[in-house]
Design a protein. Structure first.
Length: 564
């Protein structure tokens, strides 16, 4: 018996689990599993499933397995298996000693198939895939029986053994369940259980040349592992009668399948096939491209597992499809980064500023707050000198009415430092601004002017002498449309790729405290957004920072407007 007890219901799945515990179903146990197919990298949609399965097991004191449903060697690779293990562990979940593979059960599944043949519930079919489709029927018309459906048990056993022995080429024969070709559910019209694939498997090598289908494997694997609640997305709802039929026909332990709505997110694709296409066709640099909503891409961009788990918890679990605004994911990320990220100063598009009344050889060490949200994070020293860099967009020679930053004759505050006023603009032969000559007020260090005068803007800056040169990559949505599949007639989703999804800035100037930044470290660049050290391309000699998310929070702003 498990120590599981009913808990307050926060969604319909937990309500089902509570009722099963109350009635003693499954001996009161709670045992779930996350069963990815290792044919690609995990994405944000999988994170929702991971959080549900591992979260329910955690909440009820149960267990959750990690199982690879590795039944198609043509599309599966060890690279994907390794990445999935890394991603689930990175999200913060532990399957303990319960790492399983459907391929572990190939021998048992074969015996199950033989058992169904012996019961007269499965047969070897010689129809080609095209012939199977032709005989399957439609949603309004019943299918037609295969001409091989009434083979004897002895002939079916012989042919199935010869299929396993490798006597036949790919596609020559299949093993099909004998159910009902007139069923209104197309999945019940004598579905394929085994197909011939002369392909090497990542784990079993060349031991097998016939492989079970996903539909035949999934329920039996759940049964073998003693899963109590087989939680999956809604596209498997029509497959549930087949899941149940196999288990009942075999007379083995029967888990309960429960379906929930998959995650749909604006500006995002949740199809492995399309993600494969983006990688294969070179639209992105790989599965870990920070514009991809794969978990490895999100990790490289600077997303935290805490933010992703919080997002998955807050979007809830339902049966009905809905679309979550991407800005809510970013909101959850900002909430987390706001608490943990050090504030730093960086100038991405530098404009030189010379303080003409500041001593040439002088350098000061000014105190800067590491994170105003957490006093325990303390302060650091930032060097200040005669020559500085500010953001080019923080200066305008002929500013409009509501531009409050630096302009000729205007005074502003430098963060943690002094008031400065612009006296002169220096241009090159092309009339491009290359330098501002300013004066500073020594009486305003780190605070207000003694005479009470005020300024309307505070600018970030970096000391030129001490600046760290870096490359900074600014990322935006990979697609221009909220629904990337809404493509012009005759085109596919790639027509909606955003040509401005990546901007690479070289020659950026960072405060020297960032010289020790390590792969994956997270920072807020004041006034610019949250950034992390790129885990792939950054080196101590040539640092690269990725923008994780901007400071502007569209979702929070929209919620505030709604409340008003």
């Amino acid at each position: 018996m498990s120590d599981a007890e009913p808990r307050p219901s926060t969604d319909f799945i937990r309500s089902i689990v509570n009722e099963d515990i109350r009635t003693g179903k499954g001996d009161g146990r709670v045992h779930t599993r996350f069963p990815p197919e290792p044919n690609g990298y995990l994405h944000i949609g999988h994170a929702k499933s991971i959080c549900i399965n591992f979260g329910i097991a955690r909440d009820y004191g149960g267990k959750c397995n990690l199982r690879f449903d590795d039944t198609n060697p043509v599309k599966e690779e060890q690279e994907y298996i390794d990445s999935i293990i890394e991603d689930v562990r990175w999200l913060g979940f532990d399957w303990e000693d319960r790492l399983f593979y459907a391929s572990d059960y190939f021998g048992t599944l074969y015996e199950y198939a033989v058992k169904l043949i012996e019961k007269g519930k499965a047969f070897v079919c010689d129809q080609t895939p095209d012939e199977v489709r032709e005989c399957r029927g439609t949603l309004t018309e019943p299918g037609r029986n295969s001409p091989y459906r009434d083979r004897s048990v002895e002939e079916n056993i012989d042919l199935f053994e010869r299929m396993r022995a490798g006597e036949f080429p790919n596609g020559a024969r299949t093993l099909r369940a004998k159910i009902d070709m007139a069923s209104p559910n197309l999945n019940m019209r004598d579905p394929v259980m085994y197909r011939i694939l002369h392909a090497s498997h990542p784990r079993t090598g060349d031991k097998w040349c016939i492989y079970p289908t996903y539909d035949f494997t999934h329920g039996q694997s759940d049964s073998i592992e003693g899963i109590t609640h087989s939680i999956c997305t809604m596209e498997f709802e029509d497959h549930r009668p087949l899941y149940d039929w196999h288990l009942d026909a075999l007379g083995i332990y029967h888990p309960r399948q429960i379906e929930f709505a998959r995650l749909n997110l604006t500006y995002t694709l949740m199809s492995k096939r399309r993600l494969h296409q983006l990688v294969k066709d070179g639209h992105v640099t790989g599965w870990d491209d920070p514009r991809m909503l794969t978990l490895c891409g999100m990790r490289r961009r600077g997303y935290t597992p805490e933010a992703i788990r919080n997002f998955c918890d807050r979007i809830g679990v339902a049966k009905a499809d809905s679309v979550v605004d991407f800005s809510f994911l970013e909101h959850c990320l900002r909430e987390d980064l706001n608490r943990r990220a050090w504030r730093m100063m960086a100038v991405l598009r530098p404009l030189k500023v010379v303080l003409t009344n500041y001593p040439e050889e002088k350098t000061e060490e000014l105190d800067a707050v590491n994170n105003p949200e957490d006093e325990a994070m303390g302060t650091r020293k930032v060097p200040f000198s005669r020559v500085l860099y500010i953001e080019r967009e923080d200066f305008m020679e002929d500013p409009p009415k509501k531009f409050y930053r630096l302009a000729p004759g205007r005074e502003v505050r430098l963060r943690y430092a002094y008031f400065i006023i612009c006296d002169e603009v220096v241009k090159d032969a092309n009339e491009e601004i290359v330098e501002l000559r300013c004066t500073y007020d020594p009486a305003t260090r780190g605070g207000d002017a003694p005479d009470g005068r005020k300024v309307k803007a505070t600018l970030h800056w970096v000391s030129a002498e001490h600046a760290l040169d870096a490359e900074v990559r600014l990322y935006d949505h990979l697609f221009t449309k909220e629904n990337p599949d809404e493509a012009p007639k005759g085109q596919d989703f790639t027509a909606n790729l955003n040509p401005d999804s990546l901007e690479v800035l070289s020659g950026c100037k960072l405060e020297p405290s960032l010289s020790g930044a390590k792969s994956g470290d997270l920072y807020q660049f004041e006034r610019l957004g949250y950034f992390c050290v790129d885990s792939k391309d950054s080196t101590p000699a040539q640092p690269v920072f990725n923008r994780t998310v901007t400071l502007k929070d569209a979702w929070a702003k929209a919620q505030a407007i709604e409340r008003k």
